[in-house]
Ligand binder design. Structure first.
Ligand code: KIV
Length: 266
């Protein structure tokens, strides 16, 4: 993580947890976002299935396909040279049995050049995680609010059943996951899970006690146009800058305020 020129590995994340050094993970979906977040020094870059919402304008992550995840994953994996790149397994591949899931994860690893996959699931997916890990593919678990289960959960709601959350996170870690994302759960539940797992927890809307934090790039830089979760703290207002730049450019076009090539080169 700190050594220049060396890519972050899953072992570095385990070391960070032991050393209580917070882990940073942010999503990226294309060449420029991959280059920018990597240059900023984050530990992990996630090619999330949130691509379906923030890039493709769909109203959930459910439409994301394996081919789309591979397309975006390959671009980001080439752009990112230092951070650990994780690509989401899209719905419903983790529910179709260990063999199908291993085949899909192997395809993601081979065709994108990423270093790990992430999958959403409950304790019911532990056998699938174990099979993928046994194939030599690092897996990040994802419990709590699982956006792929939005309809079953009745919306994007805080998940409060502490016993189930603990059971799901422990099952992922015991099956071999190298880290577990905790999404939209009470801070105290995240604290208890983080204390009870040997592997790092990465929170999103889960309070300050996780071993790391993850955020969607568009939410972080202020590029999301529609639904932004309540827990998001934006660090820039890029959409306003873009709208302003395009409006000023259009004004120059309409006023014919453009130098000729000869003046530009003079
Ligand atoms: O798809 C995604 O961006 C995610 C993060 C919100 C953790 O899963």
């Amino acid at each position: 993580m700190d050594a220049p020129g060396r890519r972050t590995t899953i072992l570095d994340l385990a070391t960070a947890k032991r050393a209580r050094r917070p882990i940073s993970m942010v999503t990226a979906y294309d060449w420029s976002s991959g280059r920018l977040v990597d240059a900023a020094g984050v530990d992990c870059v996630l090619v999330g299935d949130s691509v379906a919402m923030v890039v493709a304008g769909r109203d959930s992550t459910l439409p994301a396909t394996l081919e789309q995840m591979i397309y975006h994953g390959e671009i980001v994996s080439r752009a990112v040279t230092r951070a650990l790149v994780v690509v989401d397994l899209p719905f419903p591949l983790q529910h179709l049995g260990p063999r199908t899931a291993v085949e899909a994860c192997a395809k993601i690893l081979k065709e994108t050049g990423c270093q790990a996959v992430k999958l959403e699931g409950t304790a019911g997916q532990a056998d699938v995680i174990a099979a993928i890990v046994a194939a030599g593919i690092p897996v990040m678990g994802h419990v709590g609010l699982r956006p792929q289960a939005v309809h079953q959960l009745g919306g994007y709601r805080v998940q409060r059943d502490v016993d189930h959350l603990l059971e799901d996170a422990r099952a992922a870690a015991e099956a071999g996951a190298f880290a577990v994302v905790l999404e939209c759960i009470p801070a105290e539940a995240a604290h208890a899970i983080t204390a009870s797992l040997a592997v790092p927890t990465i929170g999103i809307g889960a309070g300050p006690h996780c071993d790391g934090q993850v955020l969607v790039y568009h939410d972080l830089v202020g590029l999301s146009l529609d639904r932004v979760p309540k827990f998001v703290r934006g660090y820039a207002d890029v959409k306003t800058s873009i709208a302003d730049a395009v409006t000023r450019w259009k004004g120059d076009v309409e006023a014919r305020r453009f130098p000729g090539v000869d003046e530009t080169l003079a």
